[in-house]
Design a protein around this ligand. Structure first.
Ligand code: ZN
Length: 70
């Protein structure tokens, strides 16, 4: 499973399935955007979107750990 394959737009959270408008790197995180509109939104609220992505990743990791343990 590649990172690219399940990438979603950081702003609208739409699965991109390879149709990536823009890819950014921020503090080691890959960020994907689906369209210029989302890029604009992302630009104006970077901190908010990154915080949301971090929270989601933490949640996914917790889920994965639980799966392994059970
Ligand atoms: Zn989008």
């Amino acid at each position: 499973m590649s990172d690219e394959g399940n990438a979603a737009c950081i702003v609208c959270e739409r699965p991109l399935a390879g149709a990536i408008f823009m890819r950014l790197q921020h503090e080691g995180e890959s960020v994907h955007l689906c369209c210029p509109l989302c890029a604009e939104k992302f630009d104006s609220r970077k901190k908010f979107y990154f915080a949301r992505v971090r929270a989601q990743q933490a949640f996914e990791q917790t889920k994965a750990k639980r799966k392994k343990q059970s």
